[in-house]
Every structure is written in C-alpha cells, then in structure tokens.
Design a protein around this ligand. Sequence first.
Ligand SMILES: Nc1nc2c(c(=O)[nH]1)N[C@H]1C(S)=C(S)[C@@H](COP(=O)(O)O)O[C@H]1N2
Ligand SMILES: [Mo]
Length: 223
Amino acid sequence: MADQDPGDFLKGIKDKLVRSKEQWASDKRLITGRPDLGHVNRLPPGQKEVKNWPVLDLGVQPDVKPENWRLQIGGLVENPMHWTLPEFMALPQEEFVSDIHCVTQWSRYENHWRGVSAKTLLDLVKPKPEARYVLFTAYDGYTTNVKLPAFAEDNVLLAHSWEGKPIPREHGGPVRVVIPDWYFWKSPKWVTRIEISAEDRPGFWEVRGYHNEGDPWKEERYS
Ligand SMILES: Nc1nc2c(c(=O)[nH]1)N[C@H]1C(S)=C(S)[C@@H](COP(=O)(O)O)O[C@H]1N2
Ligand SMILES: [Mo]
C-alpha cells in the first residue's frame, strides 16, 4: 500500500460522495452565520451531537497490518525519523480526552484516546526554524495540511487506542492523527508520512472547496 502510485487512489474513491461534498462547499451548506455564539455551548455552531461514531472516508479502507505499518517524519527537520509499530509503542504514551467535530455536522463528545503526543514527536525530529506547515499522507492516499503551531498544540496526538481498545481499521487503525481543535477532516486516518515544510500544500478536501484551517468555532467549513 505504501508504494502504491498515488494516482491509483483516485480511481477507487467514491465519486458521488466527493461530488456531493464539493457541492456543499459551493452552496456553503450548514453555515449559520453565528460564530459569535462560540463557546457558550459545547456544540459549535451548526453541529449536532451524536452518540455513535460515524465512519467517514473515501470508501478505501486500507488493511494496514500492524507489522507493515510505518511512520515517517521528514522534510524540514534536523532529525528525520521512522518508526515501526513496536518502536512507536515504546515512545512515551499519554491519555487524551477530546470532542470530535466533523464538517458534515456531527459532533461526538468525550473520546478517550491513547497514543503519542505530537509534541513528543516534534521534540525528537526537531523542526528547522523555517518550518511552518505540516503535510500528512495516509495509506489510502488521503492528504491534509495544518500549520505547524496547530500540530504542536498540547492536545494533538497520534492515537492507536480509543476507549481502551485498538482503533479499528475503519477509524484509521493501527494509528491515526487526532487534532481536536479542527474539523475532523484535518485528522488523517492510517497516517504514514508527516512532512514538515516551509510551504503550505492544500490536501484532498482543501483543494475541493474546504477551508485551509477549519476551526469549528469560527465555522471555517469552506474556503
Ligand atoms: N486517511 C484518511 N483520513 C481521513 C479521511 C479519509 O478519507 N482518509 N477522511 C477524513 C474525514 S472527512 C473525517 S470526517 C474523519 C472521519 O474519521 P472517522 O471515520 O474515524 O469518523 O477522517 C478524516 N481522515
Ligand atoms: Mo469529514
């Protein structure tokens, strides 16, 4: 999977889903125009709470066997590194609790994660002074981008467990990113490559009408 031509990925995705989400962006669906209501509520504007955990992806759920999983962090860092799953599990592990906000309107409160904090990883690879962006690539070919300070927040992690169990394949296991302050499309499942960069590079949804940042409290749904 890791060596797959990224072009192949586009053949397998759900065209209809992509087209309808592109339409949402051009229609500016779900925008309430009331981002001022902000943190009065736990629920960001235009969101609805769900108790289940919906699965959202492009219909390609790579079967990444734990023994085949690799994480690479490279680009503008002093110390490019890669890890196997046992090596990753040997890094300092932490527990996190966060809410999920998906741009398709659902929010799920109080998710318990276990994994390695983004801070721990950044301390190991040491971004160079000119580094400003983080570009993610996943085993399904999905990409997304965030600013480096957003990835360096205390609540950001690479998670391998949810509610005390390994993250199931459909939710991005063996390891996914969790960036709670942004809409969930900024949290890649099946993550394998993290590139630290001086230049931004919009990802899969960012080039299809979705916001480059994605703060749910500011309704940063679309560009
Ligand atoms: N690799 C990968 N990560 C991804 C996606 C994807 O298609 N591929 N979809 C994103 C979107 S749009 C959302 S809402 C969340 C959904 O995560 P979940 O299926 O665990 O709820 O994953 C994000 N990360
Ligand atoms: Mo999403």
